[in-house]
Design a protein around this ligand. Structure first.
Ligand code: HEM
Length: 261
């Protein structure tokens, strides 16, 4: 990450945006601190996966295998030595009520990691990019934070839904069985939104479980960079920032900046 000695040009995505959420989610789940470096590497392999590269696919398989083994060991260890973390809470719930198998607990840990990591990484990257290309990068962060965060949302669509019956919305019919992609970007930029809260974290029973964690991650990463490096600036023109070619997440490939105090 960025310690006091960091200087010159660095990739903020690699140095801050990937490792911080990996550590925060790891800590939340109760992964031992001495595994954070591997967690960060597994996380990097996941969020940088390039389907056209064999090497990247091999890295991804290694990362997923490591994560499955690690989560399985964490779930087992929390049974005899519970802590103040999410997996310990799930294990307690399982032991008390005899619900959730070990496989289900490991899958839940994976869900938290997968649902959270990519979004948090790209949200931080998009916020940094927006601030670094604005006139007054940090400004009064506490008053701008909500607006900047919502504008930097990396998640265009909600999780897939399936029509369980024929549905008519406006003059459009969605036939039973069709897959439905709900556009969060579309809803949030709807001129008729009229003060309705952002759908960035969804709504209703599937409201994002990590919304508060995201706030923590954003507050732990964004202001600190500008406090430590008040003259930090993009190392390339804004037009040369490269975004991932993905319909799933609107995020950067790299975010090169020049650190300056
Ligand atoms: C930028 C950050 C994030 C964004 C924009 C985001 C957005 C969302 C959205 C829109 C949903 C609802 C999807 C739907 O209804 O189809 C969701 C669900 C979820 N999110 Fe997040 N999320 C973020 C970060 C996180 C983090 C950090 C975690 C975990 C540590 C997390 C865990 C989850 C989980 C587990 C669900 C599924 C909840 C359910 O189905 O009941 N998210 N998220």
């Amino acid at each position: 990450m960025l310690d006091e000695s960091a200087s010159g040009t660095v990739d903020l995505l690699e140095r801050i945006c990937v490792p911080v959420p990996a550590i925060v989610i790891g800590e939340l789940l109760g992964v031992p601190a001495d595994r954070y470096a591997e967690l960060r590497d597994a996380a990097t392999a996941m969020v940088t996966f390039d389907a056209s590269s064999k090497e990247s696919a091999t890295r991804l398989v290694g990362a997923v295998t490591w994560l499955a083994e690690t989560f399985t060991n964490v779930v087992r260890s929390k049974h005899s030595a519970p802590g103040d973390d999410l997996i310990s809470g799930w294990v307690r719930a399982r032991d008390d009520a005899d619900i959730l198998s070990e496989d289900e607990l490991v899958s839940l840990a994976f869900l938290m990691m997968l649902a959270g990591l990519d979004n948090a990484v790209h949200l931080c990257g998009n916020i940094f990019a927006a601030l670094l290309t604005s006139k007054d990068p940090l400004g009064d962060w506490s008053t701008r934070r909500r607006e900047v965060t919502e504008a930097a949302n990396p998640l265009p669509f909600a999780i897939r839904r399936f029509a369980v019956e024929n549905m008519t919305i406006g003059d459009h019919t969605i036939p039973e069985g069709d897959t439905v992609l709900l556009s969060l970007f579309g809803a949030d930029s709807d001129p008729a939104r009229d003060g309705r809260p952002s759908l960035m974290f969804g709504r209703g029973p599937h409201y994002c479980l990590g919304a508060q964690v995201t706030d923590l991650i954003v507050d732990a990463t964004i202001p600190e960079l500008f406090v430590r490096y008040p003259h930090v600036r993009l190392a390339v023109p804004e037009s040369e920032l490269e975004y991932r070619s993905s319909w799933r997440a609107h995020g950067l490939v790299t975010l090169p900046v020049t650190l300056a105090r």
